[in-house]
Design a protein. Structure first.
Length: 245
């Protein structure tokens, strides 16, 4: 089997596992998303390192919900210094400032994304959000999480704090393809599978909203005729509410 085919087959198997094993958590999360939107609360997404890309996955997308607030903290992302972000995500004490800066409130919802579920910043954020009365959803890799201990002083892992846990179905270390002559594995699965989970939640959420008589705002593609007019009106409507618009 060609290695590119092996990677695709591995991802397919994980997607099938997600469809079978995560359907309950996906539906519960979609219900929380729907209630959050109907009650005019905020949906936040927070991840560090490569997980921050999934915070952006639902944001400002064609066919995506408008009322999505990604938490984008530059030292925890990759574009300034990827190696420094690895160190930064292990620190504790940042969550209170982030919480305050993004004006998070009781009954808002946050999806905290972390493949390992063990580092200081995301554990701090999960604990703080629980304390403040937010709905806390974890998107994580349970096999990886339970392969090691927490790095947080509480000793807790993300999955042990969240109200709902979404398992991305990956293996320990995330990479999944073995090649003779190469030590370790290559090609991670957490991003593609995490994106599938999040967009599945949005699809179910919108259906729930409509069945309850509420039509959530969603973006059009800016690359179709009329798309700019639709999106510009939505940006104008939400620009004081959603920080990164």
């Amino acid at each position: 089997m060609k290695k590119y085919t092996q990677y695709i087959e591995n991802v397919k198997k994980i997607i099938e596992k997600i469809e079978k094993d995560e359907n309950g958590a996906i539906i519960k999360t979609a219900e929380i998303f729907a209630d959050t939107l109907i009650n005019d609360r905020q949906i936040y997404l927070f991840g560090t390192g490569h997980s921050h890309m999934l915070s952006e996955e639902l944001f400002y997308r064609a066919g995506g919900l408008v009322n999505i607030q990604p938490i984008l903290i530059e030292p925890l992302m990759l574009h300034i210094s990827a190696s420094e972000s690895t160190l930064c995500e292990r620190e504790e004490g940042m969550a209170e400032r982030i919480f305050r800066d993004y004006n998070m409130k009781e009954n808002d919802t946050i999806v905290i994304i972390s493949n390992s579920g063990r580092n200081g910043v995301i554990i701090d954020m999960a604990l703080l959000c629980k304390e403040k009365g937010l709905n806390v959803i974890a998107l994580t890799n349970l096999e990886h999480t339970y392969s090691g201990s927490s790095r947080h002083k509480s000793g807790k892992r993300l999955c042990e704090i969240a109200d709902i846990v979404l398992d991305n179905g990956g293996c320990t270390g995330d990479a999944c393809v073995e090649i003779d002559g190469i030590d370790g594995k290559i090609c991670p699965t957490s991003t593609v599978c995490g994106a599938i989970i999040l967009n599945a939640i949005v699809a179910e959420c919108v259906d729930i909203c409509v069945k309850k008589g509420f039509t959530p705002d969603h973006f059009a593609s800016s690359n179709i005729d009329g798309g700019d007019e639709i999106n510009n009106a939505l940006v104008e409507k939400y620009k004081t509410k959603i920080r990164h618009l």
